[in-house]
Every structure is written in structure tokens, then in C-alpha cells.
Design a protein around this ligand. Structure first.
Ligand code: AQP
Length: 328
């Protein structure tokens, strides 16, 4: 049994990239009998401006989505990051062993800071340090994430090793788990960029709550190319991405998909794909709506998880405070 942990930002309504990149792998790890920790990283979300009302809604939505996707709060410790203050406490300590250069190299920071000049927040800059704290607090063995988080995970591993070297064995060096297909679902309108919930246009992502009409519209307007043959070819970025989504929602291989569209064009392919995506989302949407109808129950589940997480996190902080010399 391994300790498995992942987290998602409640920075918008989750999309199918978040689902396939992080939520589904987590449910599989849970069902395989591992000890799971899953949480909504609200303090990460506020590294870019958030409307407080929206943030509250997105937090409850995240909890509802995890549960609807099959997370069992008895087997998985499900909580809200800000309810476990040890995360920010450890982040401060890790800030003091992280070099500026390491953070300056982070591609997510560079992408999100682009064009913002001096107004970029310190929080956005040190985001990966808070993420390292999230992971290291729990002696995490495995972190299932989408491909975009690989660099942040490498930093968490480096910080664990550096800290252990300086202060003695304290942290488990976490392993990364990135799925083979679906670890980087691309934006429908810009297939060279990853699908992102805070993208400027909703055309780029399929949210877990998009209805049939919206999914069809977004699929129909998805950027492809002038080719006529439906086949998997990485250089045809738009089509390759759509075929990946097709594979994920139907379980059909690229060859099977290609065979089904011999002599047919993008029109048929996109319409069918939209239908498959909607059929995949429908049962989850129904469950999400049921969970959202009872916010008090969602809050109760999150608080129960936070209580358990606080116990584990505090035990680790007792060790950390001691080895760095602040415990008298
Ligand atoms: N497009 C994607 N394909 C596969 N996995 C993805 N993930 C994100 N986008 C894709 C994975 O989802 C988990 C949670 O991500 P996050 O919410 O912490 O932040 P993110 O990676 O920055 O995701 P977004 O949707 O792009 O959020 P915003 O727009 O708020 O920055 C992670 O495991 C991530 O890899």
C-alpha cells in the first residue's frame, strides 16, 4: 500500500483535462487499496485574482466533482487546503531552502506571469513551494498529475532531498505518476496549448458540467486542419487531441477510431465525438448536481477530511520544527 496524493485548484469549473489527468488516476489508486489524499488547493487558486463568491462555489463544486467521480471519503482523505494551516507553515520553511533561480525557471510561472510585468504576485512566484509543502507534509509516495505539473514535482523532490541532507532524514522523496494517454489534453481552440480552466475563452475546454448542446458546439468549432483522413498523427495536433479524447471516453484504440471513419470527414467524426463525450459526462453530471444540492453535507465531508489531515500534518511539523531548531 502506498500513500498517494494529488490536488486541484478550485480556480474554475473543472474540465476533462483535470478529470483524466488527476481525478480518474486518483480513483484508480484508491480502488487499488492505496492510502489516498485529495484536496482542493484554494491557497494556490488565489495566486491569481479570484472572486470570493466564485471561489466558494468552485470549492464546493470541486468536492462534488471528486465524489461524483468515485472518490470515497472513507478511503480517501478529502479536504480543503486552507483548513490545514500546516501547509502554509511548511511552505514558509521550504521557501527558506528554495533558490530564486529554481522558481524563475518554472514554465507555469513564466506562462502565467507573461505580460503582467511588475504586478505579478509573490504568491504566483512561490506557488511551486506551497505545492512541495502540500506533498511533503504527508510522506507521499506517489503523486498522480497531468504532464504540466512534472517540473513542479521535480522541485518537490529536489527540496525534499536538500532538506534531508541539511537537517537529516525528514521527508519522503515523492514519486511522480503521469498517465501515458491523456496526461496533457490540449485546448480545443488552440491545440498547441494545454486545456486550461482559466483560459480566456471557454471554447478551449470541455467543463465537467457542459451540456450536450455546448459540447457539440465546442467540438464543431475545435481547430483541426485541411487533411481529409481521420488517423492518429502527432503532427496534426488538433486531430491528435480529439482522437485522444475519443480514446479516453470510449476506450477505443486509435486504430479502431481511424477504421470507423474511413471515407468519412471531420463533420461525422466531431458530431460522434461530441455524443460520446456527453454520454460519458451525463452520469457524472447527475451525481455532481445531487451532491451540490446538499452543501452542508459537502462541508461536513471536507471538514472531517481536514481534521484527519491536520493530525498527520501536525505530526510532521513537530518533526520539522525540531530539526530546524525552532522547538525549545
Ligand atoms: N489539459 C490537461 N490535461 C491533463 N491534465 C491536466 N491537468 C490540468 N490541465 C490538464 C491536471 O489537473 C490537475 C489539477 O490542475 P490544477 O487545477 O492544479 O492546475 P493546472 O494544472 O494549472 O490546471 P488548469 O486547468 O490549467 O488550471 P488553471 O487554468 O487555473 O491554471 C493537475 O494534476 C494537472 O496536471
Amino acid at each position: 500500500m502506498s500513500r498517494v496524493l494529488t490536488a486541484l485548484q478550485p480556480s474554475g469549473i473543472l474540465h476533462i483535462g483535470n478529470y483524466f489527468g488527476a481525478i480518474e488516476p486518483m480513483v484508480k489508486m484508491q480502488d487499488a487499496g492505496n492510502e489516498n489524499f485529495l484536496f482542493a488547493v484554494d491557497y494556490h487558486a488565489i495566486t491569481v485574482p479570484q472572486d470570493p463568491e466564485e471561489l466558494r462555489k468552485n470549492l464546493l463544486f470541486a468536492a462534488a466533482a471528486y465524489l461524483a467521480a468515485g472518490v470515497d471519503p472513507v478511503k480517501t482523505t478529502l479536504f480543503q487546503q486552507s483548513r490545514v494551516p500546516q501547509h502554509t507553515e511548511l511552505a514558509w520553511i521550504l521557501n527558506c531552502v528554495t533558490n530564486m533561480g529554481e522558481l524563475e525557471r518554472m514554465t507555469q510561472y513564466k506562462d502565467k506571469a507573461r505580460g503582467k510585468g511588475e504586478s505579478v504576485t509573490v504568491g504566483l512566484f512561490s506557488y511551486p513551494v506551497l505545492m512541495a509543502a502540500d506533498i511533503l507534509l504527508y510522506n507521499t509516495d506517489i503523486v498522480p498529475v497531468g504532464d504540466d505539473q512534472k517540473q513542479h514535482l521535480e522541485l518537490a523532490r529536489d527540496l525534499a532531498e536538500r532538506f534531508n541532507k541539511r537537517f537529516g532524514e525528514t521527508f519522503v522523496v515523492p514519486g511522480v505518476q503521469i498517465r501515458k494517454t491523456g496526461a496533457r489534453i490540449m485546448a480545443l481552440d488552440h491545440p498547441e496549448n494545454k486545456m486550461s480552466k482559466s483560459a480566456p475563452s471557454p471554447k478551449g475546454f470541455i467543463s465537467l458540467m457542459d451540456d450536450e448542446k455546448t459540447v457539440l458546439k465546442k467540438m464543431k468549432s475545435a481547430v483541426t486542419d485541411s487533411g481529409t483522413v481521420i488517423e492518429y498523427d502527432e503532427s496534426r495536433k488538433g486531430l491528435a487531441n480529439l482522437m485522444t479524447i475519443y480514446n479516453l471516453v470510449t476506450g477505443k484504440s486509435y486504430e479502431e477510431i481511424a477504421a470507423a471513419y474511413v471515407g468519412k470527414g471531420y463533420g461525422d467524426f466531431k458530431t460522434d465525438l461530441a455524443g460520446h463525450v456527453s454520454a460519458f459526462l451525463a452520469p457524472m453530471q447527475e451525481k455532481i448536481s445531487k451532491y451540490l444540492a446538499d452543501p452542508e453535507e459537502l462541508k461536513r465531508i471536507l471538514e472531517e477530511g481536514a481534521e484527519k489531515a491536520r493530525g498527520i500534518a501536525e505530526a510532521k511539523m513537530v518533526e520539522v520544527r525540531k530539526v530546524i531548531g525552532v522547538t525549545l
